[in-house]
Design a binder for this molecule. Structure first.
Ligand code: XMP
Length: 485
């Protein structure tokens, strides 16, 4: 019985075990599209997702990634109110139309109006009477105030150029250019003020052409929740999260799946659940109507689950198995953990993933919340597993079901990764490598790479051949390091 159990065991492969075979191609890397699905309803412009870890994803990372076309998932190692504030910060960062406006009435004293402008750091206040727009007070109106001015109505600009609530972005921009104005209040058919468009926000749209935004022009962001934390899920939805990630080390826990079913009934936004590594787990999560699946049990750079618990499936096999099942139901897979080079992203997608989730590759960037440290003259940033001693003892996180137990068995380590500068530079290299891989395999889109990518299994000698060898590296390129720290 035991021998046959071993004989029936399947082979499991991970990134280093394979290479993609070059194929006939007329595809140039610069001509490919890397758009992909994160979930049933959310599309990304680059297939990169930041991991919900307390040394990777807070508001700053989420803002930067969404502007580049990916998405950040805010970690949950904090009070739900704190996490909700981070989500709100991302949602407030940019907006096509500002709807929750600060306004004054014509009777407001000029001192109060100036105080409000200073406090909220806004350069223009719409003036309303019975919700109708009657003027606008801008910095220009208050620059040279005479002593006689007491009320807003004494100096406000009364002839206000307004836009219609149904205006397209192009129409708004055209009017603002023609009339040389920075702010365009929007009114409905009865003259009620309903919002404001600012030139600053329009310029941001031009500055970040790949940014992923909701229908109000706000950046997309996700938040992680524990499997049974309905309250947190509702709080994040209220704060404006676009997607919830049910964050567990064992997504095939059947109680978790029951809880996800309940969450699906009470939450209106998309839900990604995981982590899993098998087809059966994918099937079971899909029966709970999840909108996306997070695959990866133990491949992460800071993970010790495989060593401590003896559990896991080599990541490429896990991705291929879960993707095969999820594909039939139109559910995208996020390949989570173990990605060290851009080539691993190409392999993950060719194995069936629609996006990749990154921890260590992002933790060294400016936008990650880890602490910068200096070791022997080199700069590093701290990076730790969410199942590590420090993360579990220092936070609210129960990803490994160990909170409150006082003493516990960690499944992750605490460490540091080399400092890397702006996340935009790291993402540029990662997407550049992905596009090269798409060129070599003749794949103009992520969907074709998923279909066309053909693997060859390599030996240990093949791995050695793949890396630079028989040479002493004199400098480190921005996309490759074989440093062992
Ligand atoms: P990378 O390789 O990108 O992996 O650094 C990030 C992923 O690792 C998972 N993770 C953990 N796994 N113990 C684990 O076994 C941990 O303490 C831990 N913390 C994070 C998680 O899936 C993350 O996205």
């Amino acid at each position: 019985m035991f021998i046959s159990k071993l004989e029936r065991a399947a082979m499991g492969y991970t990134y280093d075990d394979v290479l993609l075979i070059p194929g006939p191609s007329r595809i140039e890397p610069k001509g490919v599209s890397v758009e992909s699905a994160l979930t049933r309803h959310i599309k990304l412009n680059i297939p990169i997702v930041s991991s919900p870890m307390d040394t990777v994803s807070e508001a700053e990372m989420a803002i930067a990634l969404a502007r580049l076309g990916g998405i950040g998932i805010i970690h949950r190692n904090n009070k739900k109110e704190v996490q909700a504030e981070m989500i709100q910060k991302v949602k407030r960062e940019e907006s096509l139309i500002i709807r929750d406006l600060y306004t004054v009435s014509p009777e407001t004293s000029i001192q109060d109006a100036i105080k409000l402008m200073k406090e909220k750091r806004i350069a223009g206040l719409p003036v309303i009477l019975n919700n109708k727009l009657v003027g606008i007070l801008t910095n220009r109106d208050i620059r040279f105030l005479k002593e006689s001015v007491q009320r807003v109505q004494d100096v406000m600009t009364k002839e206000v150029v307004t836009g219609n609530v149904d205006f397209s972005m192009e129409q708004a921009l055209e009017i603002m250019n023609r009339k040389k104005i920075e702010k365009l209040p929007l009114v409905d058919g009865s003259g009620n003020l309903v919002g404001l468009i600012t030139a600053k926000d329009i310029m941001k749209r031009e500055q970040y052409p790949l940014a992923v935004r909701d229908e109000e022009g706000k950046l997309l962001v996700g938040g992680a929740v524990g499997a049974f934390d309905m309250e947190r899920a509702k709080k994040l939805q209220e704060a404006g999260a676009d997607v919830i990630v049910v964050d567990s080390a064992h997504g095939h826990n059947l109680d978790l799946i029951d809880s996800v079913k309940r969450m699906k009934r009470e939450i209106d936004i998309d839900i990604i659940a995981g982590n899993i590594a098998t087809s059966q787990a994918a099937e079971d999560l899909i029966s709970a109507e999840v909108d996306g699946i997070r695959t990866g049990v133990g491949p992460g750079s800071i993970c010790t689950t495989r060593i401590v618990a003896g559990i896991g499936v080599p990541q490429l096999t896990a991705v291929a198995q879960t993707a095969e099942t999820a594909e039939k139901h139109g559910i995208p897979i996020v390949a989570d953990g173990g990605i060290r080079y851009s080539g691993d992203i190409v392999k993950a997608i060719a194995a069936g993933a629609s996006s990749v989730m990154l921890g260590s590759l992002l933790a060294g960037t400016d936008e990650a919340p880890g602490t910068e440290i200096n070791i022997s003259g080199r700069r590093y940033k701290t990076y730790r597993g969410m199942g590590s001693l420090g993360a579990v003892m220092g936070g609210e996180n129960d990803r490994y079901g160990k909170l409150g137990s006082g003493k516990f068995v960690p499944e992750g380590v605490e460490g540091a990764v080399p400092y890397k500068g702006k996340v935009a530079d790291t993402v540029f290299q990662l997407i550049g490598g992905l596009k090269s891989g798409m060129g070599y395999t003749g794949s103009p889109t992520i969907a074709t790479l998923r279909e066309n990518g053909k693997f060859v299994i390599v030996t240990q000698a093949g791995i050695i051949e793949s890396h630079p060898h028989n040479v002493m590296l004199l400098s480190e390129p921005p996309n490759y390091s074989n440093r062992t720290f």
